[in-house]
Design a protein around this ligand. Sequence first.
Ligand SMILES: NC(=O)C1=CN([C@@H]2O[C@H](COP(=O)(O)OP(=O)(O)OC[C@H]3O[C@@H](n4cnc5c(N)ncnc54)[C@H](O)[C@@H]3O)[C@@H](O)[C@H]2O)[C@H](O)CC1
Ligand SMILES: [K+]
Length: 518
Amino acid sequence: MHIVTISEMKTLEAQAEQQYGLTSPILMQNAGKSAADLFEANLLPTYSLKGLKVLFLIGPGNNGGDGLVMAEHLKNAGALISLYHWKEQKLIVQGKHQQDQPVHELLTTQIKDADYIIDALLGTGRSRPLPDDMRALLALVKEERSRRESLGLVAIDLPTGLNADTGEVDPGSIAVDTTITLAYPKLGFFFFPGRDYIGDLEVGDIGLPDALEPSSHTEMITGQQVHKLLPERPLNSNKGTFGKVMLLCGSLPYPGSAFLAGNSAARVGAGLITLAVTEKMLPFYASSFHEATFAILPEEDAESFERAKALIEKLEGYKALLIGPGLGQSANTREVILQVLEHLRSLPDDKRPHLVIDADGLNNLSALERWWTLLPKDTVITPHPGEMGRLSEGIKVSGGNIERLELARKKAQEWQVNLLLKGSCTLIANPTGNTRINWWGNPALATAGTGDVLAGMISGFLAQGMSPFDAASAAVYLHTAAADLVNEHMNIERAGLLASDLLPYIPMSLVNTTYSEL
Ligand SMILES: NC(=O)C1=CN([C@@H]2O[C@H](COP(=O)(O)OP(=O)(O)OC[C@H]3O[C@@H](n4cnc5c(N)ncnc54)[C@H](O)[C@@H]3O)[C@@H](O)[C@H]2O)[C@H](O)CC1
Ligand SMILES: [K+]
């Protein structure tokens, strides 16, 4: 699903009117109706609209207009509606203008009384810092919410004061439980601090014709999209159908990496997993990973060309190669990587396994000048912000702010790689500058070994013939989906997940895409 900027949204709106006669009032009717429908769908089956007290904060522009349409629909379905028109300071409770008492007191009572408050103050038209009286109004809401957690907060299109292009927020903005955004998610939702203000994201349909495509080069990865990408599993198949993955991962201090990555490649459906390991390491893997096969390499103190040769000889017929997790950073190992890369570059496109480089694979590369010139075509690299900084001559890379998007886009084009930049909202940029962002984050994933799982999943998808950009996108989405399943099934709230917990839930995360609404 496209992610849009404010100006892209305005262009769409103008095109809808010019080319299809869909004027602003028509779109607003659609927006208010779909917001009402999504709101109701979220209440059911636990609550219903009958008798529900909903207070709408109505702003001066079209966002306020959307709120009024939504309010009308909820009223017709039995909700008890109050409207506060911010500009006119006018309060209407169940159709009656409130005039006998100072409006401020009445409003405070309404806020205390509400089951839900809907923020329809400002949307994409916000153009300056919020005025003091609007901040004061939002502060009252925030205060009530801190007293009463059951008060539901919903924003239409976006929380007031959030910059839809950058994710910056006004000091008066409040974090909501649900944002019902209209037509497309806005870029600022995906970056901090804005990301923390959105709550659950719902996308309302405002009836823009399918033929009107936004010009944006940025997409949100959705479950429906991943579902379509997943490889077919025909009846007439065997393990060869689903590709072989070779892993050059793990070393004496970090044996678990190869286990986690290899297992994950198998869990997304790859046909055969081979770990390239030394004899010394073999007993560990043979006893923990029964399904793996092994390419036995000379010990780490052997000549680098012998180590590289042993791997290269085994590579024929492999569809994917993962280099890096737990590999170590000795000069000898770096030499091995360089020789393997040289071999890969020499192969014709249809004979070359797709390459993923992660972790120590990247650390080894970043020590070399113009390292990206050493990569074969279509390589996937998966740095976290620290590794990204080292790959980009020490620049500081944020974990979740907007600058990371432009950086990733620019570097993926300059380096001609598929760049997966990890963070709280992981994003992927391809060599043509298209980007995809994973909305779903799960802080339980911030633990050792989860990156190895992700790299393994990408390799597993590559082995099954997915394009590098798609393989990385599907893996990122399913990685967080699997973490959500672990949390749910193991009763984990935010911490305590082990990377190995993810493994049995990966297949379930693939199945769940079938039912995904977003
Ligand atoms: N884009 C679409 O296709 C659709 C958008 N819809 C909704 O419309 C808003 C955008 O509407 P717009 O009227 O342009 O902007 P706002 O409602 O956000 O506010 C504009 C309004 O507010 C004043 N204003 C701006 N900044 C401030 C401020 N800091 N303090 C006070 N007042 C401010 C400004 O002068 C205007 O009067 C979009 O978000 C959707 O909700 C449609 O309804 C559906 C189609
Ligand atoms: K709003």
